[in-house]
Design a binder for this molecule. Structure first.
Ligand SMILES: Nc1ncnc2c1ncn2[C@@H]1O[C@H](COP(=O)(O)OP(=O)(O)O)[C@@H](O)[C@H]1O
Ligand SMILES: O=P(O)(O)OC[C@H](O)CO
Length: 495
């Protein structure tokens, strides 16, 4: 009797992954391919759509082939993706008309500034802010900068999608132009209260409705893979943006449950249940998941660079060879080493939202070396998380523990410092691929393979809990210095 399994596709900012999961959430087989990051100008970040597709397809084929060595029956596909990243393609060929403009890209900051008078109405409908991070201004940029694009869009010949949508189009050979509510709600064009594309927002951002995908529940019928792509045709039944997928994969199903993911960026999401809690502290109100037409909301804090700080140490200034070296380097110093990095490499996200901010290093002496840089890069992510949690607290959403995941949390030193600075318990799950797992669960729910959330939660296991151990006065002192560093960076951004 073959084991029933689900294929999860996790198309992230730096790599495309495919994991075949058993129903108990255990990985049976996986494959992963990194792809090229393009930085054509300062503040611009792009991906090649063909490389996104090629790495994803290759990872899927390889994971499915490995899984086939055991006796498995892959009955459904879940897709999770880097959010906001924007693609526009030709409906007749399926070819993108421009590179994917990545969520970190800042090129549309001037457009966002011009639209500032509309901030309150945008925020009320979308739960977001006016920032180049979101998809709407990126779509308009492509339509206005690729010759003839706006005309083609008006004629209904172009399609827009976030990465999930593009992959579904390719997987179904152009049969499905769809997305799910968690991805749609990151475009600044989607009303999170009535769950519809919003005509006023489309007019404001100058995006024609003809390019939009249909928005479905996160557990739904997104189409079936085209014949010949894999050995069998497989239905696609779970789709969610990667941060919402991680919330789901961490089984944060109850109001007040909090997870924080440390990949390229860091994203803390707190489940607020059926209430779309508005933030007074520049957090985002977003859709956590939509199942059977019922929407669950989350409050989100987004930090643009987390693991990316470590990538910069490795690939940019080359002071480390591999990411995991940062643990031993950080451990080699004491609390009072004195160096702070405010990592505004892609501007600063929540709770400051300053696209003009740039990364800034404080407190260096002639004694400063790679250990200080590595430690400051890891510490920054923890201080920034503390800023997010304090904003959540001021918005009335308090948590006594946080579940963590993402590539960085394999670093025990980071997890302990995080617990010390947050002053709450930090819990790392046994299954670290929460993001991919989240959409496997969504696909399984649609297929009726899980009865309910309770059944899914039985598969959750803790790897390690990190408890705060730092004296209060040390924490207060470090956080006060961090705050001065942030304020100085913000001051410099606008000088
Ligand atoms: N042991 C480690 N310590 C610190 N950072 C790490 C460690 N291992 C991986 N990273 C960082 O984690 C990131 C990869 O995490 P991942 O969740 O795969 O990212 P994404 O999904 O955004 O592509 C990279 O930026 C890498 O620098
Ligand atoms: O690729 P990640 O894991 O850094 O996630 C990117 C986010 O979805 C951007 O909003």
């Amino acid at each position: 009797m073959p084991t029933t399994a689900i294929l999860s596709i996790d198309q992230g900012t730096t790599s495309s992954r495919a994991i075949v999961f058993s129903l108990s959430g255990q990985p049976i087989a996986s494959a992963q391919y990194e792809f090229t990051q393009y930085y054509p100008q300062n503040g611009w970040v792009e991906h090649d759509p063909e490389e996104i597709w090629a790495t994803t397809y290759k990872a899927c084929k390889e994971a499915l082939a490995k899984a086939a060595e055991s006796d498995v029956d892959v009955v459904s596909i879940g897709i999770t993706n880097q959010r906001e990243t924007t693609l526009v393609w030709d409906r007749s060929t399926g070819k993108a008309i421009y590179n994917a403009i990545v969520w970190q890209d800042r090129r549309t900051a001037p457009t966002c500034n011009k639209l500032a008078p509309s901030l309150a109405s945008v925020r009320a409908k979308t739960g977001l802010l006016l920032d180049p991070y979101f998809s709407s201004t990126k779509i308009a940029w492509i339509l206005d900068n690729v010759e003839g694009a706006r005309q083609l869009a008006n004629e209904g010949k172009l399609a827009f999608g976030t990465v999930d949508s593009f992959l579904i189009w390719r997987l179904t050979n152009g049969e499905s132009h769809v997305t799910d509510a968690t991805n749609a709600c990151r475009t600044n064009l989607y009303n999170i209260h009535n769950n519809q594309w919003d005509n006023d927002l489309l007019t404001l951002f100058n995006v024609p409705s003809s390019v939009l995908p249909k928005v479905l529940d996160s557990a739904s019928d997104f189409g079936t893979t085209a014949q010949g792509l894999f050995n069998t045709q497989i239905p696609i039944n779970g789709v969610a943006g990667d941060q919402q997928a991680a919330l789901f994969g961490q089984c944060c199903f109850n109001t007040g449950d909090l997870k924080s993911t440390y990949g390229t960026g860091c994203f803390a999401l707190l489940n607020t249940g059926k209430s779309a809690l508005p933030s007074q502290n520049k957090l985002l109100t977003t859709i956590a998941y939509r199942i059977n037409g019922k929407t669950t909301y989350a409050l989100e804090g987004a930090i643009f660079t987390a693991g990316a700080n470590v990538q910069w140490l490795r690939d940019g200034i080359k002071v480390i060879k591999v990411a995991k070296e940062t643990q031993a380097l950080a451990e080699s110093l004491d609390y009072d080493h004195g160096v702070f990095l405010v990592p505004g490499f892609a501007g600063l996200g929540a709770p400051h939202w300053e696209p003009n901010a740039r990364a800034t290093m404080f407190g260096m002496t002639r004694n400063t070396n790679n250990a200080h840089l590595a430690r400051a890069a890891l510490e920054a992510v923890c201080y920034q998380t503390a800023d997010l949690l304090s904003a959540m607290k001021q918005d009335g959403a308090n948590s006594t523990s946080v579940w963590v995941d993402g590539g960085m949390v394999g670093n025990d030193w980071l997890c302990q410092f995080l617990a010390d600075i947050l002053n709450i318990e930090v819990k790392r799950p046994a299954m670290m691929e929460s993001t991919a797992l989240g959409v496997a669960y969504l696909a399984g729910l649609y297929q009726g393979l899980y009865k309910d959330f309770e059944e899914i939660s039985t598969h959750k296991a803790l790897d390690k809990a990190f408890l705060p151990a730092m004296p209060n006065d040390t924490r207060d002192h470090l956080c006060a210095k961090w705050e001065v560093a942030v304020q100085s960076t913000l001051h410099f951004a606008n000088a």
